[in-house]
Design a binder for this molecule. Structure first.
Ligand SMILES: [Zn+2]
Length: 221
């Protein structure tokens, strides 16, 4: 899935981006297909691709040393570790919040306390704050500033962690779901009461599986 998006030409992440809140998109960098589990953040190039794919969704926008530019260097390995730790922490919290029964989806973060601590550390790692720009004769706009290590990839980590705190302390926690389609390890926020699956794909696979079960395992009448 590294082909450029035909519309934007931007290289795509390996992870399935579902239009979920960014902490959920980060959780879903662990995904599965017929070949088993995959980690879209397994290396720094994977992290760089994922950051490029989600960069346009930060509000306010990320500051200027941007992973959005194709030429941006891959983030350093310790930062990729931090992203995986935050991702695993968010997956553990999601598993607790959704009473996730899927063994394949089990997080590498062992328990609640470890996960909460990891989210809090990520919030504090590279915090950013608003910075107003108002050129004489121009229009005011909101930018961001931050303390070192103020790289865009570091700031994005803290911003996603902050959004994770919003997710788990706000109303979206009750709407968070583990996708129960066969083999799926993704999470989604059920914004609409009839949504049962992370994607139409999973809905189709689940319907096929149910159909198969009905017709192949029912005892004869
Ligand atoms: Zn699914």
């Amino acid at each position: 899935m590294e082909n450029p998006d035909p519309q934007s030409g931007v290289p795509q992440s390996d992870a399935p981006l579902l239009g979920e809140p960014l902490p959920v998109e980060l959780m879903n960098t662990v995904w599965a297909d017929r070949d088993g589990l995959h980690d879209a953040l397994a290396d720094t190039d994977g992290l760089a691709r994922w950051l490029r794919a989600v960069a346009p969704r930060f509000e306010p926008a990320l500051a200027a040393d941007e992973p959005a530019a194709d030429s941006a260097p891959a983030p350093p390995a310790p930062l990729a570790d931090r992203y995986r730790r935050l991702r695993d922490a968010l997956r553990r919290l999601a598993a607790i919040a959704t009473e996730d029964p899927r063994p394949a989806a089990a997080s590498a973060a062992p328990d609640l306390a470890t996960a909460v601590e990891a989210v809090n550390r990520a919030c504090a790692y590279a915090p950013t704050w608003s910075r107003m720009e108002w050129p004489d004769g121009g229009a005011p706009s909101r930018g961001t500033a931050g303390a070192p290590p103020h790289t865009t990839a570091a700031a994005a980590l803290s911003r996603i962690a902050e959004q994770g705190v919003d997710l788990f302390t706000g109303p979206d926690r009750d709407a968070l779901r583990a996708c129960r389609a066969p083999g799926c390890v993704l999470y989604f926020v059920r914004a609409h009461p009839r949504r049962e699956w992370c994607s139409a794909n999973c809905g189709n696979r689940a319907r096929v599986a149910r159909h198969y079960q009905r017709h192949h395992t029912d005892p004869p009448a």
